[in-house]
Design a binder for this molecule. Structure first.
Ligand SMILES: [Zn+2]
Length: 485
């Protein structure tokens, strides 16, 4: 009797396992087959274009995304949330005069106060403490031009953020009128950046084309004197409403348990936000569409989040976590896909090592595409952040750099830089992981949401304070206004 029962249970279990494996295979096949992922991306980038949060094109993108989910037959919600204040660059121009007269190409960093400024231009070296010591009192009231290392990949980006963050503190202490960074990428490429204080930034901070900055520096190194006049024009305003777009496929067995995957819909506007992050927005839509189209019924609810306000400090995903409150206890996994279109070769597990073995299991249907390696580093810098700080198990997809570092936030982040072949495979990988987590047997979910002490321990063991300060999210956490209470 016992053996018959156990035989029946085993058989039942295997049948359900088999169905779920089958579903994963079906979904992977659908993702790899003909889908409109490229057409969607082209519409988003080439028709709508750059989509800074608060801009008209951003709202167009929201409507576009709502329509895409609706057309796919996926339930969709336009979730409003507040952004602190409006700042949209209209134009930034500069004129250098003195030993040489020319008009360098330049852009403002986010939230530089619009105005016309004139001052002496000084050689700020690499913007280190020694450099500011050398400048001494001369830095006060001047524009300081800082050299940067060339940036080719993601490592270069983090090095650039880190160096800029330190320089910004030193520049404020020295009482500069403004800070100008040499662009880290050559061929007159310009790109957008937030400053360390984001919405509290009070000084003009700019990025000057690498070649133009070098021309200035060569003059300054020969002790020739230069003046600079800068004109920053921007649309500004107070608090305003932005929207996340959240598609949902309700779970068939455990609808209150949620797997959420997301990419940010907003971008900067020098380029068209293709690698950052249009490609993964079209991926989210396509995964939802293919689950719906194939009739697959995930056990748990899957949400497809297109976040807004990410570039200013993950405001959309923060608002979502705030809105969910206690319901985050039932979010078994939150994933962010935000590192471009290079091939995915693993995941960051953000202090939740226990997800690694499950990842290996759910990646089985896409094993052919990679020898996946996971890293238990905690990522600060994208929409996993508030889930991580709320103690929700979270993942960030790790990609080959491909064009990501070179085009990051820049005028050249356009459709033609997207690795379309990898994007397609990546969509199959993310689909397999998402469905895998949504269908996991209960006994495989060995983790729980962390409490504040556990999150605090993560902050300490992974030494997150510097990065959190660098992205202006430290204070709110430390004061208990953001993250797990
Ligand atoms: Zn991004």
């Amino acid at each position: 009797m016992k053996s018959i029962l156990s035989f029946c249970l085993t058989t039942l279990f295997c049948v359900s396992c088999f169905a779920q494996n089958n579903d994963a295979q079906t979904l992977v096949g659908a993702m790899l087959g003909a889908t409109p992922i490229e057409e969607d991306l082209q519409e988003l980038c080439d028709e709508i274009g750059g989509r800074v949060t608060g801009s008209k094109t951003n709202e167009q993108a929201v409507e576009w995304a709502v329509q895409k989910f609706t057309q796919a037959g996926v339930k969709v919600d336009k979730m409003p949330f507040k952004m602190p204040s409006l700042w949209l660059e209209k134009s930034t121009t500069a004129t250098v005069s003195g030993a040489t007269d020319f008009t360098p190409q330049i852009v403002s960093k986010f939230y530089s106060p619009p105005n016309t400024y004139t001052g002496t231009l000084l050689n700020g070296g690499m913007g280190t403490a020694e450099d500011f010591e050398r400048l001494g009192a001369a830095a006060k009231g001047a524009f300081v031009l800082v050299e940067t290392e060339i940036c080719l990949d993601i490592g270069g980006l983090f090095a650039e953020y880190t160096a800029a963050s330190k320089t910004e503190d030193l520049a404020r202490e020295a009482g500069v009128q403004g800070l100008i960074f040499m662009a880290s990428r050559p061929n007159k490429l310009l790109y957008s950046f937030v400053s360390k204080k984001v919405y509290d930034n009070e000084i003009p901070q700019l990025v000057m084309a690498r070649e133009d900055a070098k021309r200035c520096l060569r003059n300054l190194q020969e002790n020739k004197s230069l003046q600079i006049t800068i004109n920053i024009d921007a649309d500004t305003g107070g608090e305003y409403t932005s929207h996340n777009v959240i598609g949902e496929i309700r779970g068939s067995e455990k609808p209150d348990e949620v797997v959420i995957i997301g990419s940010h819909l907003d971008s900067w506007a020098l380029g068209t936000g293709a690698n950052d992050n249009g490609c993964n927005v079209s991926m989210m839509i396509d995964i939802a569409r293919q689950i719906q189209r194939t009739g697959i019924r995930p056990k748990r609810t899957i949400r497809f989040a297109l976040w807004n306000g990410e570039e200013q400090g993950y405001f959309g995903s923060w608002a979502y976590t705030e809105k969910c409150g206690k319901k985050l206890d039932k979010h078994i996994m939150a994933m962010s896909v935000d590192i471009g279109s290079g091939a995915i070769f693993g995941f960051f597990t953000n202090g939740r090592k226990e997800l690694m073995s499950v990842l290996d299991e759910v990646l089985q249907p896409v094993q052919i595409f990679g020898d996946y390696k996971h890293v238990d580093a905690a990522i600060v810098g994208t929409d996993n952040f508030d889930f991580m700080m709320e103690g929700v198990p979270n993942l960030v997809a790790n990609h080959l750099s491909t064009n990501y570092g070179r085009t990051y936030h820049s005028a050249s982040d356009t459709y033609d830089k997207v690795d379309l072949k990898s994007l397609k495979i990546n969509s199959a990988i993310i689909a397999a992981v998402t469905l895998g987590f949504a269908n996991l047997p209960d006994e495989k979910i060995t983790w729980k949401r962390h409490n504040r002490d556990q999150v605090q321990a993560l902050v300490e063991t992974q030494d997150l304070e510097f990065s959190m300060r660098m992205f202006n999210v430290w204070k709110a956490w430390a004061e208990g206004k953001r993250g797990r209470k």
